[in-house]
Design a protein around this ligand. Structure first.
Ligand code: FES
Length: 568
């Protein structure tokens, strides 16, 4: 392949023109120590790297970039690595989601502005994968994704632990006085044992696995552990493959088709994946002018059982999932539900990939006939409280709360809940419903993962472990409980029912009927909204101002209005 003339039309526009700058660009390569034979008549492959010491999940991406480069050289390409902003889930305030769109712009414009014929995208932590795919979809040059891989399973004494499902579970036990300070510290030092992203089926794992069924990553990308030598082989192979994709001009819009997104939604349900994936898939599709209405997610949810037994909905961790056969085994099990003709960056169709897969552990990966949960893990709710929709991960909820009517206790802000939830004076019972406002895309801003509202300590001590919780926020993909999120329109918008709800009102949740109703007369809701003013009209500047002005609601993927549907 090295001797073959590649499709390098794009970089030729930088390097093979009569202007002085073409000459200078080659001088610049020479200054980096490259002989002309390194780059002449070769496709230039960008390696878009979101490595950062502020993003622990992406800490191995520098080493993976070296493996990618090896593959690119082997195939006759010229690799050039470049950085983009990185989004670390643990460190960024108020939330990494505020910056997902910014990162996607960084990815798109870095590709667009440079002499790159194809790109390998290196991501890992939650928002870095959707941001990469959004940017690549917009730039639409040959692209392939490699993620950092899941961390090894955590282990405390003899118990396997998954971040951050078990952090949340043990925090509750710690607050309830069931484990002591020393044990809580031991868990802190036992849970994150290696490079890589969270090792439950949280958002990072969900998006990495969906990249296989969407077709944008090679088989194994979703599950090979970060520290496994096979992840370096996968990175090398991805470097080799991108050169081939450039020669055939295979672009993201050819891979990420309408049907490929439908396959991904089916995959999402079969995995019992993260609620955040609904927002991210919608945003990625929107960059290609493909609409994924919320009802489509619900329609597939009704017909797709959860077949993977993974935390937070199930029992096992990503390492177990990989040894059982990984995402390709899931694709094989659910193949009767999929559109078989969709292409992958591997060059093979989904149906062809599935023929190589094996399911080696039926305790971890079940089948359509014998699933973990009879329908998809995520449901879309509608009703007077959420006219444009809300989402619940019912596979990770308490069965007894899925049809529940209760009095609501409303908190107007995240600070208010932090300050008051453990007050002895708080009038609250375990059958009440907690509601958090002003936590949506514009209201927070950035729609943080505040939806997993804390249970008051006084109820925890009495044994309560779950309550119905409702917000316009998101929920971490690693969290669990009867948590309704993404209520749209959000409370910060005028005429939103979420803005009208008050402590003492009654709300009815009926997941089977997909209903979320505020049981207040419509005339009273109208009346309240007439007098509603946003009491926190904080003036923002810079990027946050741009974000608040242009961000779309959750049901449209929280992308910027000027980036979605470019051809419509
Ligand atoms: Fe990065 Fe969980 S903190 S994926």
């Amino acid at each position: 392949m090295g001797s073959k003339k590649q499709n390098i039309n794009r970089s030729s526009n930088w390097l093979d023109t009569p202007e002085l700058y073409s000459w200078l660009r080659k001088a610049a390569f020479n200054s980096q120590g490259f002989n002309p034979r390194s780059y002449e008549n070769k496709p230039i492959i960008g390696i878009c790297n979101s490595w950062s010491e502020l993003t622990h999940c992406n800490q191995n991406l520098r080493q993976l970039a070296e493996s990618v480069k090896r593959g690119i050289w082997q195939a006759g390409g010229f690799p050039l690595e470049f950085p983009v902003i990185s989004l670390g889930e643990y460190h960024m305030k108020p939330t990494s989601m505020l910056y997902r769109n910014l990162m996607s712009i960084d990815v798109e414009e870095s590709i667009r502005a440079n002499p790159i014929d194809g790109v390998v995208l290196l991501s890992g932590c939650d928002k870095t994968t959707p941001a990469m795919l959004m940017g690549a979809a917009s730039a639409n040059i040959p692209s392939i994704l490699v993620t950092s891989g899941p961390q090894l399973s955590g282990r405390w004494r003899t118990e396997p632990l998954g971040a951050c499902t078990d952090c949340r579970r043990y925090e509750t036990e710690f607050k309830a006085g069931k484990i002591n300070e020393q044990e809580w510290k031991e868990i802190q030092n036992s849970i994150l044992r290696s490079p890589g992203h969270c090792m439950v089926m949280g958002t990072a794992s969900t998006m990495a696995c969906l990249s296989e069924i969407l077709g944008m990553a090679l088989p194994g990308n979703g599950t090979i552990p970060a520290v496994d030598s096979r992840r370096h082989q996968l990175a090398e192979q991805s470097g080799f493959q991108i050169v081939k994709m450039v020669s055939e001009n295979i672009t993201p819009s050819q891979i990420m088709t309408n049907k490929a997104f439908e396959n991904s939604i089916i995959g999402l349900h079969a995995l019992g994946g993260s609620t955040n994936a609904i927002i991210h898939l919608t945003a990625i599709a929107g960059r290609l002018s493909i609409d994924l209405p919320l009802d489509l997610f619900d329609q597939f949810s009704r017909n797709t059982p959860v077949i993977t037994n993974l935390k937070p909905s199930g029992q096992f961790l990503m390492e177990d999932f990989h040894y059982a056969g990984g995402m390709q085994a899931v694709i094989k099990e659910i193949s009767p539900l999929l559109s078989p003709e969709e292409k992958s960056v591997s060059g093979l169709k989904i149906s062809e990939l599935a023929t190589f897969a094996r399911n080696d552990n039926k305790a971890v990966i079940k089948s359509l006939d014998d699933p973990i949960y009879p329908e998809g893990g995520l449901a879309v709710l509608r009703g007077s409280l959420a006219p444009k929709g809300a989402v619940i991960k019912h596979s990770a909820a308490s069965a007894k709360l899925l049809n529940h009517t209760g009095r609501v206790i409303v908190f107007d802000s995240h600070d208010q809940i932090t300050d008051n939830i453990n007050s002895e004076n708080l009038d609250i019972k375990d059958e009440d419903i907690l509601v958090l406002k002003n936590s949506g895309p514009k209201g927070a801003p950035g729609m943080p993962e505040w939806g997993f509202l804390p249970i008051p300590n006084k109820l925890l001590k009495k044994g309560t472990r779950d309550m119905v919780r409702i917000s316009d926020a998101r929920m971490s993909g690693t969290a669990f409980g009867t948590v309704v999120v993404h209520v749209s329109p959000e409370s910060a918008l005028e005429n939103s029912a979420m803005a009208a709800v008050k402590t003492g009102d009654t709300v009815k949740l009926d997941v089977n009927k997909r209903k979320l109703e505020l049981l207040v007369e419509p005339s009273e809701i109208k009346n309240r909204l007439k007098n509603h003013t946003n009491d926190n009209p904080k003036k923002e500047s810079g990027y946050t101002q741009l974000y608040k002005k242009h961000v779309l609601q959750a049901d449209e993927g929280c992308d910027f209005d000027f980036l979605r549907n470019p051809t419509k």
